[in-house]
Design a protein around this ligand. Structure first.
Ligand SMILES: NC(=O)c1ccc[n+]([C@@H]2O[C@H](COP(=O)([O-])OP(=O)(O)OC[C@H]3O[C@@H](n4cnc5c(N)ncnc54)[C@H](OP(=O)(O)O)[C@@H]3O)[C@@H](O)[C@H]2O)c1
Length: 252
């Protein structure tokens, strides 16, 4: 989402009580997010703002310029989390993390992390560079198996931030999820979100432009699933990946 539509959606979400905003230089909407934050009146300390550096900007100077541009657009003096958005083939991970460490030491980002990193890349970051990453943001939802990645992250106590938590809206047309929802007076999307948030160490960043969906997604926190629901969700096919960076290394 960009421009006025993005600004309106973020203002609506903040008014409903959302406090975690996920953006990226690549989305071309940091200016709209910044305008919405400024208009919201929400105290900066109550917000958690994540932005990301694009894979074309992973040289140290380029990270610095991208970071400065992001802060300016967001109208902030710091972000809460700065992520490497996607891996690139020729990236120099030690140099990248040296730059990110400096941004953190300068107090310009409270935490650093990665997105779309597989286990092999995580091993380099966590075990060789020993970078204190706050999360790996990856696609995760009821229709995608992320067992191997989750096992590695859990062993290192690193949270997984689930993007496309609604499989880009596809969960709404799943009959199993809809039936579970009917049982609890909830929607298939709410069931899918609740299941994700029940997973240890998992946060979710659903995108919703409509106020009703934003409210419904918050209300998913009130839903209680039972063992039969969980069993049915576990049995769903888990091979539906919505996003696949072509240049990224294999996912297994
Ligand atoms: N790091 C990365 O590489 C990466 C990649 C992709 C996404 N992301 C992040 O993850 C966020 C979410 O991913 P996404 O937008 O691709 O997919 P998503 O959140 O799984 O799905 C968004 C879709 O679901 C619909 N929706 C939302 N709430 C709903 C509800 N309660 N009932 C029915 N439909 C509902 C939305 O409709 P409306 O908008 O019409 O309400 C939209 O069409 C993005 O905004 C982005 O911040 C990160």
């Amino acid at each position: 989402m960009q421009g006025d539509a993005c600004r309106a959606a973020v203002e609506s979400a903040l008014a409903l009580g959302y406090r975690h905003i996920d953006t990226a230089e690549m989305y071309g909407n940091e200016d709209a997010v910044g305008a919405a934050i400024a208009a919201s009146g929400v105290a900066r300390g109550d917000l958690h703002v994540t932005t990301k550096v694009w894979h074309e900007n992973l040289a140290p100077d380029a990270i610095r310029s991208a970071f400065d541009a992001s802060l300016k657009k967001l109208r902030l003096d710091h972000v809460d989390l700065y992520l490497v958005h996607w891996p690139s083939k020729n990236m120099n991970l030690p140099a990248i993390f040296e730059t990110l460490f400096k941004l953190k030491a300068e107090g310009r980002t409270r935490a650093i992390g990665v997105a779309n990193f597989n286990v092999a890349l995580l091993k380099t970051v966590v075990e060789e560079i020993r970078a204190p990453i706050a999360c790996n943001q990856v696609e995760f939802h009821v229709m995608l198996d992320q067992t191997k990645l989750r096992q590695y992250l859990a062993a290192k106590s690193i949270p997984l931030v689930a993007y496309c938590p609604l499989a880009q809206g596809k969960v709404s047309s799943d009959e199993t999820l809809a039936a579970i929802g009917r049982k609890h007076g909830a929607s298939a999307a709410q069931v899918a979100l609740r299941w994700l948030l029940e997973r240890d160490g998992v946060a979710a960043i659903p995108k919703a432009s409509r106020r009703e969906s934003q409210q419904a997604n918050l209300d998913a926190l009130k839903l209680t699933l039972d063992d039969a629901d969980r069993k049915a969700i576990t049995a769903l096919p888990k091979d539906k990946r919505c996003v696949n960076p072509g240049f990224a290394p294999a996912w297994d």
